[in-house]
Design a protein around this ligand. Structure first.
Ligand code: HEC
Ligand code: HEC
Length: 318
């Protein structure tokens, strides 16, 4: 009997030791790195592309990278749930010491598609990835980032290195992996194909689905429509003061979603962050004034095709 206990004791001891080694590897090893296979790319953008890149950046980069002074010099990420650690978005102005200056066009495309930085480090989910963005839209962003704009004028602001929590480091080893670099050209559906175009906006270009599905941990980036609870809201996100604001259910359920909204009310909410009852939508929902009414209308048309989910979300409005 004593011998059996001793053997069990040894086995348990070994397990505990292995777990400790594993934990130490994750803790001290940090975020994993990968080989950078950046494409050979030199974006030649015309003024139409630069204008589109500027509009797109205002919808999908500025919310994280623009500081209060209107420059894309990076900032502390207030809406990051505490469990993931602390993150500062990078300075992407034209200053020679800022992150952007070191990037080639190919490395930028590689980062934005896969999440692998030019130094090989994987950018955790706090930096957005754009695997479904059309090549034209991606190139427009790059052309814009290279162009002369007040918000891109050199700023010497140095942002601290991000502080991933143990959970983030752990998830970056087991769950969050770099995304594949596309092997062929990605084209956006034409605007006339309204539902497909709306889907492209909501799951590829502006990524409404990521915040508006229940959890970042279970979202399916490569196949957004397979995300559990797709568009049914309830993703808890801190506002500027750390108060949790749950994202809204955008499926067409009449009681817990947008089933009783009109298209016009939806367009107003998306473009100007105003609800039909007059309440203002709160951070981290941002108004999208750069989005045209036609685009918001296409998202509305797409949402009519998304499976309805009854999911009551606590909204804690005053
Ligand atoms: C959800 C917030 C978020 C969005 C949206 C976002 N970023 Fe970032 N970005 C970050 C964070 C956080 C970092 C720092 C990542 C790190 O160091 O792990 C970062 C880092 C970067 C870097 C520097 C990478 C490096 O080598 O350190 C570049 C360049 C960049 N972002 C460009 C963009 C562009 C362009 C867009 C829009 C197309 C964009 N980001 C959208 C949060 C965001
Ligand atoms: C960064 C996360 C985030 C992104 C990205 C985002 N939303 Fe939201 N959205 C929220 C949050 C949080 C709320 C709840 C705000 C509140 O309760 O004040 C919200 C609320 C809404 C509402 C109001 C619904 C209601 O019942 O009050 C609509 C409509 C909406 N979002 C549409 C969109 C669309 C369309 C997109 C993409 C173009 C989008 N959102 C992108 C976080 C986000």
């Amino acid at each position: 009997m004593k011998k059996v206990l001793k053997i069990i004791g040894i086995i348990l001891g070994v397990i505990v030791l292995l777990l400790a080694i594993g934990a130490a590897t994750i803790h001290f090893g940090g975020i994993p790195t990968y080989e950078v296979k950046a494409p050979d790319l030199k974006v030649v953008g015309d003024s139409t592309m630069i204008a589109e890149g500027k509009r797109l950046s205002a919808m999908v980069c500025s919310n994280c990278h623009m500081a209060a002074n209107g420059k894309l010099e990076g900032q502390y990420m207030l809406d990051l749930p505490a469990a993931f650690g602390k993150a500062w978005t990078a300075n992407i102005t034209h200053h020679p010491d800022a992150k952007l200056a070191q990037y080639t066009d190919g490395e930028l495309a590689y980062l934005l598609r896969t999440g692998i930085k030019r130094n090989g480090e994987y950018a955790p989910p706090w930096m957005q990835k754009f695997p479904h963005l059309s090549d034209y839209d991606l190139h427009s962003i790059i052309a814009y980032l290279r162009s002369e704009q007040p918000e891109l004028e050199a700023s010497d602001k140095a942002q601290p290195a991000c502080q991933p929590s143990f959970l983030t480091k752990f998830l970056c080893r087991v769950a969050f992996k770099p995304l594949p670099y596309p092997t062929k050209e990605i084209k956006a559906p034409p605007m006339e194909d309204k539902v497909a175009f709306g889907k492209y906006l909501a799951t590829g270009k502006v990524d409404c689905f990521a915040c508006h599905s229940p959890s970042f941990e279970t979202m399916n980036i490569m196949e957004p429509e397979k995300t559990p609870g797709f568009f049914s809201g309830g993703n808890p996100m801190p506002d500027m003061e750390g108060v949790i604001i749950n994202t809204a259910n955008l499926t067409m359920d009449k009681e817990t979603g947008l089933g009783n909204w009109t298209e016009q009310q939806f367009i107003e909410a998306v473009r100007f962050a105003k609800r039909p009852d007059g309440k203002a939508l709160r951070f981290p929902m941002q108004p999208f004034p750069e989005m045209t009414a036609e685009e918001a209308s296409a998202i509305w048309a797409y949402l009519q095709t998304v499976p309805v989910i009854k999911h009551e979300v606590a909204r804690n409005f005053e």
